[in-house]
Design a protein around this ligand. Structure first.
Ligand code: HEM
Length: 169
């Protein structure tokens, strides 16, 4: 049986080594905290302004400010920074936390549409960091789609998508 990561590679078109090239460097040190705050603010500004009601409605129970903080704290932690996310929210457990939401192929493409636009319009993210982040996000988005298809299972999934390099949890 295909693993969720294999499915994610097949559906996203991103090889595992490209998805996890974020671990070959420390993007937090390269970019700094403000770049991550700016990226998530930019991303959720786009999400909450989306004219596609089906996509916007996925976020209807979340407050924009909370969503921004949840996201950038996770990115900071996952990309070499301090464990801000786990200190406040616990283990990322991305598949489990996305369980309430319809994470379909279409939703993944819409999420990535906004994230790629946010990456392209956030200053101080150099082209190499941007490419690494795009590959990680695309692979993770389709990892979540693969997880969504297993919604009825109850066990957790260990994965590199949520694990920081340092033992933070
Ligand atoms: C594939 C399409 C995706 C959809 C439709 C989606 C949807 C959502 C929604 C509705 C939330 C709740 C907002 C909040 O209150 O924080 C959320 C949270 C979150 N998402 Fe996603 N997401 C997607 C992809 C991703 C990807 C690719 C990542 C990581 C690279 C990610 C990381 C997170 C994190 C860290 C949270 C906060 C979880 C928490 O602390 O509760 N998501 N997502």
């Amino acid at each position: 049986m295909q693993s969720l990561q294999q499915k994610a590679s097949e559906w996203s078109g991103v090889k595992l080594e490209d998805a996890f090239a974020i671990d070959e460097t420390n993007l937090f040190q390269t970019l700094g905290l403000q770049a991550f705050i700016d990226l998530s603010t930019n991303f959720y500004g786009r999400v909450y302004a989306d004219e596609e009601e089906w996509f916007l409605s996925i976020f209807s129970n979340s407050k924009k400010e909370d969503a921004i903080r949840n996201q950038y704290e996770f990115f900071v932690q996952r990309m070499g920074g301090p464990p801000l996310y786990s200190e406040r929210r616990g283990h990322p457990a991305l598949i489990g936390r996305h369980r309430p939401f319809p994470v379909t192929h279409q939703a993944a493409e819409r999420w990535l549409h906004h994230m790629n636009a946010a990456l392209d319009t956030t200053s101080n993210i150099d082209p190499d960091s941007k490419l690494k982040m795009k590959n990680f996000f695309r692979h993770t988005a389709f990892f979540l789609v693969a997880g969504d298809e297993m919604k009825n299972r109850t066990q957790g999934f260990a994965c590199k998508h949520g694990a920081a390099k340092a033992p933070t949890m």
